[in-house]
Design a protein around this ligand. Structure first.
Ligand code: ATP
Length: 358
């Protein structure tokens, strides 16, 4: 089996790509694999190198090292360079980048110049994004969500191998963002498109992507399915970046760990001092006068509430409760139970990784 047939399993694959700007290592040793029709989110804090990776994929930035394969074809490598316009990539930017002086139809047709049957493809993508009724409108006559769909239609129209999204929803207000990103996901699914999108919003990444690659300091530090990433963060940093987390010191002995909340089985056998991570929604409180903790703060959010519980030792934990929590208010003593199988976490202090399951 030659290299090409191996690579053809993925719509996009990078092998050890990296980029430095002077002394700044923007991205290093990036290995990504995205299967055909899959959505990958590149998630990380500002400055971690997400956009640099996207720009290398698009061909706007030549990597210093490594290879990029798109649709089974090497487009960037030690002796290979395929220019951006020949990579069969569609781009959707944060600011949509629609031509303001062109109508919806003309914006979409822009990428279809080489198509013989331009009109039928135009109708097809307009139908896909649900904009048949506004084809002759100008961009300023559309809502933010509609403009985003035009940008998506324009990117999809020439049937690219991959679509790259650079923070595509950050210009939309909160209510619209949730709706538009679900629409975009459905459109990409219907089109069978492969996509990579960059975001620093963990909720967006977890709710949209089939796979999330978490970047920190120029590296992909964990890449996995959203559920697995959330339940099994491999470092303290990933655990906190993906959501709320409580950490308790513990002592691991083989396949169990002992900490202030009790004893728990470990997913992977460990020995010695570890940090055990508990998501707030996994901590269940029951009112009890002989309880081990006291509720010291209650914050109500409507759909749920966050309760801070202090133990006699001084330890503070956060518990997120959904629904009616009668009797659970500030000053109440409580028992704390771990409701669901918990995940492992590495200690910040170089201790072994502890994986907890029940
Ligand atoms: P953000 O979410 O803020 O857009 P990012 O994760 O996309 O950030 P990059 O834009 O890829 O991060 O930048 C990674 C690092 O490389 C940063 O330290 C940035 O300052 C640096 N960098 C990016 N482009 C250049 C450039 N053209 N010249 C010099 N440094 C650059």
């Amino acid at each position: 089996m030659d290299a090409r047939s191996v690579m053809s399993d993925f719509a996009i694959e990078t092998k050890g790509i990296g980029k430095c700007f002077g002394s700044v290592v923007a991205a290093t040793d990036i290995d990504l694999c995205v299967g055909s029709g899959q959505l990958l989110a590149l998630l990380g804090p500002s400055g971690c190198g997400k956009t640099t990776v996207l720009r290398m994929l698009a061909g706007f930035e030549p990597p210093d090292e490594g290879e990029i394969w798109i649709g089974g074809r090497c487009v960037s490598g030690p002796s290979v360079w395929v220019s951006p316009e020949r990579r069969r990539i569609g781009m959707v930017f944060q600011e949509y980048a629609l031509f303001p002086h062109l109508s919806v139809r003309q914006n979409i047709e822009f990428g279809l110049a080489k198509f013989n049957d331009c009109e039928s493809r135009l109708q097809e993508v307009l139908r896909l994004v649900g904009l048949e009724g506004v084809r002759d409108r100008m961009p300023h006559e559309l809502s933010g969500g509609q403009q985003q769909r035009v940008a998506l239609a324009r990117a999809l129209a020439p049937r690219p191998e991959v679509i790259l999204f650079d923070e595509p929803f950050s210009n939309l207000d909160t209510a619209l963002r949730t709706r538009v990103r679900q629409e975009v996901r459905q459109i990409l699914r219907d089109a069978g498109a492969t996509a990579i999108f960059v975001t620093h919003d963990q909720e967006e990444a977890l709710s949209l992507a089939d796979q999330v690659a978490v970047m920190m300091d120029g590296r992909v530090i964990q890449s996995d399915r959203p559920e697995r990433l959330y339940r099994r963060p491999q470092t303290h940093q990933v655990a906190t970046f993906l959501g709320d987390a409580n950490f308790l010191p513990g002592t691991a002995t083989g396949d169990s760990v002992e900490c202030e909340l009790g004893s728990f089985p470990l997913m992977e056998p460990r020995e010695g001092e570890v940090e055990v991570m508990f998501r707030p929604e996994d901590l269940i409180l029951t009112a009890a006068e002989d309880g081990m903790g006291t509720i010291v703060e209650r914050t109500y959010f409507g759909h749920d509430q966050m309760l801070r519980v202090q133990f006699q030792s001084g330890t503070l934990l956060r518990s997120r409760l959904v629904g009616c929590c009668r009797g659970l208010d500030t000053g109440q003593r409580v028992h704390v139970h771990v409701g669901t199988p918990m995940m492992a976490y590495p200690s910040r202090y170089g201790c072994p990784v502890a994986s907890v399951s029940t």
